[in-house]
Design a protein around this ligand. Structure first.
Ligand code: FE
Length: 129
């Protein structure tokens, strides 16, 4: 009998992570566990572990999703996203191509940018560990 063969991503990720990272879904606002995380450390891609954002660039945007004003250099790729009748900029992990969230031009200084990232797309690595 053939085994029920799921692809690697589905095996590796939780259903919630899979929907966000691989199906580009957006988690409900204020639902993610990293939204109010204020610890020092690095936020990595939940798909491949590549470091993406420093806690130094995290801020409370009030949007309901973890927000950063800057990404680590060359760790994310930006792509025009015309889905859902909106003109947005998609944020993708440069290593594994997973969907992370969107970039908006309404962030705080010094960049004026807001990386609006799904909590389910991130894994937090505390500095003390
Ligand atoms: Fe990745």
């Amino acid at each position: 009998m053939l085994k029920n063969k799921k692809n690697n991503w589905e095996q590796k990720l939780t259903p919630k992570q899979y929907k966000v990272l691989r199906k580009k879904e957006t988690e409900p606002p204020f639902s993610g566990k990293l939204l109010y995380n204020k610890k020092k450390g690095v936020y990595a891609c939940a798909g491949c572990g590549q470091k993406l954002f420093s806690s130094k660039t995290k801020f409370d945007s009030g949007s309901g999703w973890p927000s950063f004003f800057k990404a680590l250099k060359n760790k994310v790729v930006l792509k025009p996203d015309h889905s859902h009748g909106m003109e947005r900029t998609e944020v993708i992990c440069s290593n594994c191509g997973s969907h992370l969230g969107h970039l908006f031009p309404d962030g705080p200084q010094p960049t004026g940018q807001r990386y609006c990232i799904n909590s389910a797309a991130l894994k937090f690595k505390s500095k003390s560990k």
